[in-house]
Ligand binder design. Sequence first.
Ligand code: AMP
Length: 213
Amino acid sequence: MNILLFGPPGAGKGTQSALLVEKNGFAHISTGDILRSAIKNQTALGLKAKEVIDKGELVSDEIVIGLVDEAITNLKNKSFILDGFPRTVIQSERLDEMLTKMDKKIDKSIFLDVETDFLIKRLSGRRVCKSCGASFHIEANPTQSEGVCDKCGGETYQRADDEADSIAKRLDVYEKSTAPLKDYYQAQGSLVKISGLGSMDEVYGRINEVLKA
Ligand code: AMP
């Protein structure tokens, strides 16, 4: 089974993907993670993408479509979660074409629904580990020692795109470019909407029910 997790920035896609990888054995394809790793390694792609990402805008469809094509091809037949891709209707259409050629499909398109006020609180308080990528929150899930990752001892930081101006831009871009995917997947019959509010485990429980259904 292959699934797509989508929703506004801060809905919890990355957190839930990590749980689904750990507990259900999915492979995880996150275009945001691939791009951040390219930035960290200062590759040509990373240098090109950094400015766009820091401003809260979208990287071009062509670039992310190429990244996802390569990632799915490398997985061979393992079940996967797509996290943060697609983010535009063009990306959804190209994904469908790509999967049809590979004789694969998305079984469930899970939309994580969270109200804007909560999103802003989650994003502005988020801190991420530079080394292992683990995610914390200054109020809801703080590290035991400030600035130090509980999982690996690495340094935690605030993503440039989690600063106030970029958050506003990302929410705006989400409404214009990504929210229309709900209609796209509704029309295809794969859309499942679930609430992204509550604890990590509560949301994971809801997703698991969807997977079992
Ligand atoms: P994320 O970690 O999913 O929030 O992604 C961080 C940033 O990477 C986004 O704000 C975009 O600038 C860029 N990005 C990630 N996925 C995509 C995508 N599918 N299309 C365009 N840009 C993307």
